[in-house]
Design a protein around this ligand. Sequence first.
Ligand SMILES: Cc1cc2nc3c(=O)[nH]c(=O)nc-3n(C[C@H](O)[C@H](O)[C@H](O)COP(=O)(O)OP(=O)(O)OC[C@H]3O[C@@H](n4cnc5c(N)ncnc54)[C@H](O)[C@@H]3O)c2cc1C
Length: 468
Amino acid sequence: MRSVETDYLVVGAGAMGMAFTDALIDHADVHVTLVDRRHAAGGHWLDAYPFVRLHQASLFYGVASTVLGGGAVQAGGPEAGLQERASQPEILAYFDDILHRRFVGSGRVTFLGESEYQAEGSSHFVTSRVSGHTAQVHVRSRVVDATYLSPTIPATTPPPFNVADDVRVVAVNELARLTAEPGSYVIVGSGKTATDGIVWLLGNGVPPERIVWVRPRDPWMLNRAVVQPDPVVGLGLAADTMEAAASAESLDDLFLRLEAAGVMLRIDRDVMPAMAKTPTLAAWELDLLRTITNVVRLGHIRHVTRREIVLDEGAVPLAPGSLVVHCAAAGLQYPPLVPIWSPDKIRLQTIRVGFPCFCAALAGYVEATRDDDRERNRLCPPNILPDTPASWARMQVRGTIAARTYGAEPDIAAWANSCALNPARIEPAQRDHPAVLAAAARLAQHAARGLSRMAELAHEPGPSLDRL
Ligand SMILES: Cc1cc2nc3c(=O)[nH]c(=O)nc-3n(C[C@H](O)[C@H](O)[C@H](O)COP(=O)(O)OP(=O)(O)OC[C@H]3O[C@@H](n4cnc5c(N)ncnc54)[C@H](O)[C@@H]3O)c2cc1C
């Protein structure tokens, strides 16, 4: 059996494994072996539907050393004035360039693609899915699990319901490969993939009345205009959030206040959303989504027959010639929170509120610049990803406290403030701008009461939170 020596074995060349490796090799003189069962870097984006784009600014995604895209504001179209958002081909080309030019080209990273990682006790093995050859990897420093938050997607996850043989069901990816138009489209799912699918169909001329939307939960979504790399916008978002929380009587009241402040969006104003994964959405997309009136809210689908869709709380007819479009993979994953640094491995998770790439890069920087795991875990406590209004509030509390903790370290604060992935970044030249100062003052005014009330609403320990 072949044997490989390395300092770090990073399992998973998705966005988080890439961002961690990039920051690590920038700040430590180490060799990394990066393994993925996919053939290239980019993780789930390699199997994403072809019309997907980042839901927020390209600047916030990718690795710390190299900006994704040009950092430009969109000059025309329905999102004029907002930052550009990379498409799937742009994301894949970017990760491919980082992997080959920056990582492998430096001689400090070895990439083992199409290769499966397995651990047996304290031994590590990588088996090529092409040749079948297995190598034992001797790891001098750490194993890094960059798969812990790997999302599930429709292309690689079967629909979570049964479908009769004579019903046509496809993953959302197939919408871009149809050879004949179906009578109607049944979009199944409540999240970003479903909204992307609907916006794409409408944009391609499908009339709204030919779309049925099975939406088990209504989603809260973030207004894209308030998630932009501009400190006035970023501080304004934080101030709005804390101000809303400070006076909120309940979680629903918090979200309604955020809606009134222009932060949160919902499709149907008559329905209180139960889902809060909070991808960003633009106003033009919201307008399009609201044209779909045939919405089925009877829980999750159990099975589909040629004549009807059977759900938890009832059944609806299925029109002849319908195409059932699977947008119902869970997407974000919610494994148990564990310390990022454990004796056996580093498990990459988010730390601040959202932004997995920044969090993975932060973990890479902290790994390179600190030598004690207790201290690393103190600086970078794991955070949850949101699913419901309660977990969204919990994420805000944990993430705000974490950002204060790592931000209190001068070198981390300086690094974070030089990193385009960081949505809280303020360039030195912007610090004294009157609008920035005003937004910062508004945040300072509401932060303490807002965070404390948010913690109550989320049943989460407040600012004195001890580590896990
Ligand atoms: C459609 C969609 C759009 C999104 N848009 C955004 C966005 O705009 N902004 C944002 O911040 N987030 C977005 N997210 C979420 C974000 O992309 C993810 O949180 C993040 O990119 C996931 O990266 P990852 O590296 O954790 O997982 P993945 O991309 O899934 O990468 C993990 C990799 O690990 C590999 N792997 C797993 N097990 C093994 C093993 N045993 N051996 C070898 N390899 C293994 C897998 O093949 C995979 O390539 C989006 C998610 C989806 C699904």
